[in-house]
Design a binder for this molecule. Structure first.
Ligand SMILES: C[S@@+](CC[C@H](N)C(=O)[O-])C[C@H]1O[C@@H](n2cnc3c(N)ncnc32)[C@H](O)[C@@H]1O
Length: 204
């Protein structure tokens, strides 16, 4: 009798272990599916602009190039996980607003902002429909096709004295007031597109 109950226990433990591993595997697969679908939906909603973070080593350089001052309002159009905005808020004393349409960078950004207690507001909104008239500084790291649309919007909405800082991609028809070379090291995005990490600063 004792031997039978011992064997039963071993079988039960084996089964429980198998079910546990199966549950972990299914949860992992589900997370992968949610992650991939959210990236796909993000790409569809943004017209193919992928989520790629500005390299960390260029974040302060971008704020310096913009001559960002304490109390100024900085908007990041397509803010990803709010890397630039948290540096702008924590190290330069600026007030950040970010627009993001992709689900997981948006929630990741929300969490980072909360944990870092940064003066940053994130909005799940298309920046092409946002009112930019209150911005002192606009930051963008986007795609050439979007820069075309944004140029018109900037000319209509930005107040005189506002600055636009664009990482890697230029505005098509306006000359930058200055260009600053980011560090030579490139991320995969820059390597694929054969671009340099140039920071373009425009004065409106
Ligand atoms: C190259 S990433 C830059 C992320 C972030 N600004 C950074 O520098 O770390 C571009 C981001 O813009 C977002 N995006 C593209 N078009 C958008 C739109 N119309 N409205 C809001 N977000 C948009 C994408 O989802 C993506 O996360």
């Amino acid at each position: 009798m004792a031997i039978i109950s011992h064997k039963l226990k071993i079988i039960l433990i084996d089964h429980m272990l198998i079910y546990f591993l199966l549950a972990v595997y299914i949860i992992f697969l589900l997370l992968c599916v949610i992650f991939s679908v959210s990236i796909l939906i993000g790409l569809i909603m943004t017209g193919g602009v992928p989520f790629v973070s500005t390299p960390r080593y260029d974040l302060e350089k971008i704020c310096e190039a913009a001559e960002l001052k304490p109390g100024e309002k900085i908007f990041d159009l397509g803010c990803g996980k709010a890397n630039l905005l948290t540096v702008a808020a924590k190290k330069f004393g600026a007030a950040g607003t970010g627009y993001e349409l992709s689900l997981w960078p948006y929630f990741w950004g929300k969490l980072r902002v909360k944990l870092l207690r940064a003066d940053v507001k994130l909005k799940m909104q298309d920046f092409l429909k946002a009112d930019l008239s209150q911005a002192d500084v606009i930051f963008c790291y986007l795609f050439p096709e979007v820069m075309d649309k944004l140029e018109n919007k900037f000319q209509k909405e930005l107040r005189p004295g506002a600055r636009v800082v664009s990482y890697t991609f230029k505005l098509p028809n306006i000359q930058p007031a200055k260009t600053v070379l980011g560090r030579e090291k490139k991320n995969w995005f820059d390597r694929c597109l054969r671009t340099k990490g140039i920071i373009y600063v425009y004065q409106f």
